[in-house]
Design a protein around this ligand. Structure first.
Ligand SMILES: Nc1ncnc2c1ncn2[C@@H]1O[C@H](COP(=O)(O)OP(=O)(O)OP(=O)(O)O)[C@@H](O)[C@H]1O
Length: 243
């Protein structure tokens, strides 16, 4: 079956402190699989996902399932079923793994501990461990697990492999693959072999504007485009990049 747009972002503008950071960003997120949001450092990827979630003042239109959610507060958007794993992971270091998960429970919904522990058995084994003592990869899994506790329509994950060792990148990639079976994902990521492995569709930002939308295969199969938009020429998997 062909994927359809779940979320449509249309002409999104963000101005912060006199800077016009997003200058009319438009793209769609498919209703299945992984859609990658790409671009060099500082082009506006994080600002785009924060604007989508209502975390920064924005103009333009965001719809999910055809419903306009642009004017809604973040907690309303979240309750509509958008789970967010921010770049800093949003894990509470002083609290245990179990406490971090408990805080992610949504009132009135049955938390899916069975699913989370099936996908990430390590979290069950480390339930009483303070989250601050977990490795970077384990913290990322906890952050993804917190989102998977709820039945989301969309999961937004911002640079989950940033700063992680190559071996751990592979573990996070596997975790995202499993997560994508439960809900579509909008993934901000700079690791192109990982993007190639996970994402069918991509949108590329440059200086606050979208410069490409289409399939990841079309984008990364074109060396000129990849170099022009992402600043690199080589995108094939080499040993150690995504184990
Ligand atoms: N709160 C803010 N105040 C001022 N400028 C900001 C703010 N947030 C972001 N910016 C600027 O907006 C631009 C886009 O930032 P953003 O974090 O969205 O980019 P990015 O593509 O996610 O970058 P990276 O890959 O480095 O995370 C940058 O120039 C950044 O310095």
């Amino acid at each position: 079956m062909t994927a359809r747009p779940l979320v449509t972002v249309d002409d999104l503008h963000v101005r912060i402190g006199g800077s016009h950071i997003l200058q009319g960003v438009s793209f769609t997120v498919a209703d299945r699989g992984v859609t990658a949001l790409l671009g060099r450092n500082g082009v506006g990827k994080t600002t785009t996902v924060r604007a989508l979630l209502g975390l920064v003042p924005r103009t333009g239109r965001v719809t999910m399932d055809g419903r306009d959610i642009s004017g809604e507060a973040t907690h309303v958007i979240t309750r509509r079923g958008i789970g967010y794993v921010p770049e800093d992971r949003g894990v509470f270091s002083a609290l245990t793994v179990a406490e971090n998960l408990r805080l992610a429970e949504r009132p009135g919904a049955e938390p899916r501990y069975g699913l989370v522990h099936e996908l990430f058995p390590e979290l069950a084994g480390r339930a009483s461990q303070p989250a601050g003592t977990l490795s970077g990869g384990q913290q990322q899994m906890l952050a993804i697990g917190r989102v998977l506790l709820n039945d989301n329509r969309l999961i937004v994950v911002d640079e989950p492999t940033k700063g992680l060792a190559p071996r751990v990148v592979g573990e996070v990639a596997a975790a995202l693959e499993r997560a994508a079976r439960t809900a579509p994902i909008l993934l901000v990521e700079q690791n192109l072999p990982l993007v190639r492995r996970l994402a069918h569709d991509a949108a590329v930002l440059d200086a606050g504007r979208v410069v490409f939308t289409g399939t990841t295969a079309d984008l990364l199969g074109d060396a000129r485009r990849t170099r022009e938009f992402l600043g690199v020429a080589k995108t094939t998997t080499t040993p150690g990049q995504v184990p």
